[in-house]
Design a protein around this ligand. Structure first.
Ligand code: CUV
Length: 655
């Protein structure tokens, strides 16, 4: 182990101030002892640039970078004359373009895999969920009666390819958008044509000297984001379900205690489920298991992290070790024999921490290489070549382990894997499937509304704290919470994703949860699976009684600890779809500017959703509940009800 002693210049904050995750805190302490630097340390050393944070800086040409005064934003303009609104809107647009591109490129990779499975070029994967194939095909008007699976699949491929490559017209999944919402998009000229076109146009329009009106830019910002939510991401979710199976609820184990000292521990971190699916086959191979046992282990222990983990833990019951802020910390255990990464949210810092603890650190995707990582590329026509080699290298590392191992002995259990199809089945049963019971319970007030709480960790705020406190407040106030991404890992670790957690909910939501046997917090999968929330919300409109557009629903969204450009793209497609969306930590737009007013107020007046921002989770809850109550009132289903505060005793209880 090459460990360099770090000379600490300042007093280090207590690990308990950096995270509410006890396992991560334990590993921060160990890393400090070992002299190993983690993201938490870098967050102390590197202060965020205040001008960049406020988006008051433009570096779209070499006359600058131009820096405006975020305290007095209209006092200056850039060299070309660009105003603060233009600069912020362009920066925001590029964040949306980058985030949308990430989801969309991932979705396109899944669709290409599907194409080659269907045309027989790839034989290691197959169509696992034929019913889902038929349902998705029907939803975009593909004829399915008396046709072969092959024929339907071929048509589905050609239709969905338009999501990406089409240059004129509307992307296929606009057929799922409630009529009034779609009408608004058409009126505003923001129905996505194809994701590639929208991202390209967004980049063009944000170049020096092109679109310099924040209102016009905002239209393309929405159009680009919608090509992600109703396009790239939605295709990714649907195709992954068709190929690997639609998730259904299963009890899974979370937290670092899922590592086993006497086993070969292999962690998969990233976003694309194809590698993971092949890895499941590898670790089940008797020959490979034999090799692991010959090396003196009790077997191979496959574990997921971040969104990769969320894609598969409900499909295969594979344990999950933690979310974004814990990916370096887990290596500090010394127990990880190999960590493989593919795309997105892969910290470059991982390579260095892996080196300190002799973990084999492997990149597997041609799009994502890192210095100091071993690259073993996954080729979908022969995925086992990659996954077998990874496990063989992990076994070799197990055999030569020399470092002391410290695994935090914490394992939490949660029920995860709720697809929008399962929610329909669960609430109505096979006799009366559908969203009618959900709508009825919202109308009768047992459920006050629905919130999507999603997104990352950000070391600028205490890990998991805002996720957990916000969700506790929401369920206490009878708001059903749907989750994706790192947020649901936070809630899983906090024990709120079990049916038993129903007693932390308000009496109405509790009653519904107990009748159905469901948790008050439903984990729906990875970030791309936010599309499941869009589909569920559209079903709520279709079933009736809650208005005619997505903007009428008593729902709200939140990413309390966001950090990625992907989160901004997600937020914008929720806002453009009609949802009030609150972001925590920080927001890259200066208050009291015209662009801020448009995003935080003006869009709602036009019939869209709007943005909100707060750093405190209780304030986020207040804003979301107030919005839900406003929508209930507009629908005429409001009853006077007091907001319930979680008192200290109840909070301790939940923790
Ligand atoms: Ni795609 S985008 S940190 S892994 S949720 Fe987690 Fe989720 Fe954000 Fe990344």
């Amino acid at each position: 182990m090459e460990i360099k002693k770090k000379v600490s210049k300042k007093v280090e904050p207590s690990p308990k101030d950096l995270t509410t995750c006890d396992a991560t805190a334990q590993m921060i302490t160990k890393a400090r002892k070992d002299g190993v630097e983690l993201i938490f340390d870098r967050a102390q050393d590197m202060k965020a640039c205040p001008i960049g944070r406020d988006s008051a800086c433009c570096k779209h040409c070499s006359m600058g970078p131009c820096r405006l005064n975020s305290k007095d934003p209209y006092s200056k303009v850039g060299l070309c004359g660009a105003s603060i609104d233009t600069i912020m809107a362009r920066n925001f647009g590029r964040m949306v373009a980058a985030g949308s591109a990430a989801h969309t490129d991932h979705g396109m990779a899944m669709l290409e895999l599907f194409r080659d499975v269907v045309n027989g070029k790839i034989s290691d994967y197959e169509i696992k969920d034929v019913q889902k194939l038929i349902d998705v095909a029907k939803s975009i008007d593909i004829e399915t009666t008396e046709r072969t699976v092959q024929d339907i699949a071929n048509d589905l491929y050609s239709e969905l390819e338009r999501t990406y490559t089409q240059v004129e017209g509307e992307i296929p999944f606009t057929k799922r958008v409630p009529a009034n919402t779609l009408e608004l998009w058409r009126k505003e000229g923001i129905v996505p044509r194809g994701a590639m076109r929208e991202v390209m146009e967004m980049m063009h329009r944000t170049c020096i000297g092109v679109d310099q009106h924040y209102e016009n830019l905002t239209k393309q910002i929405s159009r680009t984001a919608l090509s992600d939510g109703w396009g790239g991401s939605m295709v990714s979710t649907e195709i992954s379900d068709i190929l690997f199976g639609t998730p259904s609820p299963v009890e899974v184990e979370l937290n670092m205690g899922v590592l086993k000292e006497n086993m070969v521990n292999v962690i998969i971190h990233g976003h694309e489920p194809n590698l993971f699916e092949s890895m499941v086959v590898t670790v089940g191979d008797p020959e490979i298991i034999k090799l692991a046992k010959e090396a003196g282990s009790d077997g191979i222990n496959l574990i997921g992290m971040c969104c990769s983990g969320l894609e598969v833990f409900s499909r295969h019951g594979i344990p999950h070790a933690g979310n974004f802020s814990s990916t370096e910390a887990v290596l500090v255990t010394g127990a990880v024999d190999a960590m493989t990464v593919d795309i997105q949210c892969i910290k470059q810092g991982l390579a260095k921490v892996a080196k300190c603890y002799d973990t084999v650190f492997i990149t597997t995707n041609y799009r994502c290489h890192l210095e100091d990582a071993l690259h073993i590329e996954l080729h979908e026509h022969a995925p086992r070549e990659c996954t077998d080699e990874i496990v063989i290298r992990a076994i070799a590392r197990f055999k030569t382990r020399t470092l002391p191992i410290e695994i935090p002995q914490i394992v939490n259990k949660g029920v995860h894997g709720f697809s929008h199809e399962y929610i329909s089945y669960m609430l109505g049963g096979s006799f009366r499937g559908g969203y009618t019971p959900l709508n009825e319970n919202i109308i009768n007030g047992r459920i006050r509304g629905v919130a999507g709480v999603v997104g990352c960790n950000n070391p600028r705020s205490k890990q998991d704290y805002a996720h957990v406190e916000l969700v506790k407040e929401l369920i206490k106030n009878d708001i059903l919470v749907l989750q994706t991404g790192c947020s649901q890992v936070a809630l899983g670790k906090a024990g709120l994703t079990t049916p038993d957690a129903a007693h932390f909910a308000g009496s109405g939501l509790q009653e519904v949860c107990e009748t159905v046997g469901m948790p008050p917090v439903l984990g729906l999968g990875a970030c791309v699976d936010n599309s499941r929330i869009l589909v569920a919300a559209s079903e709520m409109v279709r079933v009736g009684g809650l208005g005619n557009s997505l903007a009428d629903l008593p729902v709200a969204g939140c990413a309390p600890e966001w950090m990625s450009e992907k989160a901004i793209a997600i937020g914008q497609y929720f806002v453009a779809s009609g949802v009030f969306t609150v972001f925590g930590v920080t927001f890259p737009i200066i208050e009291n500017t015209k662009f801020h007013d448009l995003l935080f107020d003006g869009l709602e007046k036009k019939g869209f959703g709007k943005w909100g921002h707060a750093e405190d989770p209780y304030e986020m809850a207040r804003m979301m509940i107030a919005h839900i109550d406003k929508k209930r009132k507009e629908l005429g289903i409001d009853k006077t009800r007091e907001r319930q505060l979680v008192d200290m005793a109840a909070r301790r209880d939940i923790a």
